[in-house]
Design a protein around this ligand. Structure first.
Ligand SMILES: [Zn+2]
Length: 237
């Protein structure tokens, strides 16, 4: 059983973490964008067997859960991968940005592979390749450092970039990002698609109705003698 710890960064009311007003009149909160992708990841994964998933944020976004609590939960769960979903800021209304994937600066080779695979598949599916010098970034982020399993923190576009905001607000972007992330998990964890059994259709033949029970039994026996099944049902009409 492959264990996935998934976290939508922050919560609904985190101060400051939102899209720049002049680019998004709704000032969409970062958690809302993060959680939309988290939910889509969970939905797509439902078609697969062989994993269990723990959301370490509050899926309703109402309760603030610290990164220490999230990391502790993932460690206790014994996750095989920790994926933290975020959206970035720091462009102040200018252009450029794009996706950045962070890992801990002293991380394992295995973690670097996850980082590369996730980043490359995200770019393939979303085309949100920006202008950052090091989109495969390493840092001292707590979530990446204190997790006992490979951990990647994904900054899925800039909430204050004129280039990124229209993209990251779209449902299509969230769909593509979720699909890209799931594809990598499925491949690396070797998850199998669930086999969905098609319901069978039975064509039943009714051959007669009798008021004398014995006559019904005689016909049923004749049918059975030929190798078919025959069921006597009582009706009152
Ligand atoms: Zn964030």
């Amino acid at each position: 059983m492959f264990k996935i710890a998934l976290t939508a960064g922050h919560y609904r009311y985190t101060a400051g973490k939102r899209c720049l007003k002049k680019l998004d009149a709704n000032e969409t909160r970062e958690w809302v964008l993060n959680a939309r992708i988290a939910e889509k990841i969970e939905t797509i994964l439902k078609d697969y067997d062989g994993y269990s998933l723990l959301r370490t944020d509050d899926p309703n976004g109402e309760k603030e859960i610290t990164i220490e609590e999230r990391v502790a939960a993932a460690n206790k769960f014994g996750a095989d991968i920790y994926i933290s979903l975020h959206h970035n800021a720091g462009i102040y209304g200018g252009k450029g940005g794009g996706i950045v994937a962070y890992v801990y600066k002293n991380c394992s080779e295995k973690t670097k592979e996850w980082q590369k695979d996730l980043y490359e598949n995200l770019i393939k599916h979303t085309s949100l390749k920006g202008n950052r010098a090091t989109p495969l970034a390493s840092s001292n982020l707590y979530e990446c450092r204190a997790t006992k399993m490979p951990a990647v923190l994904l900054e899925l576009g800039f909430m204050d970039s004129a280039t990124d905001v229209p993209v990251i607000l779209s449902e299509k972007y969230a769909d593509s990002a979720a699909k890209a992330i799931v594809e990598v998990i499925v491949k690396k964890a070797g998850l199998r698609k669930k086999i969905v059994e098609q319901p069978k259709i039975f064509y039943c033949v009714q051959v007669g109705a009798f008021t004398v029970k014995k006559n019904a039994e005689n016909l049923a026996n004749e049918i059975k003698a030929k190798g078919y099944s025959a069921i006597i049902k009582e009706e009152t009409k």
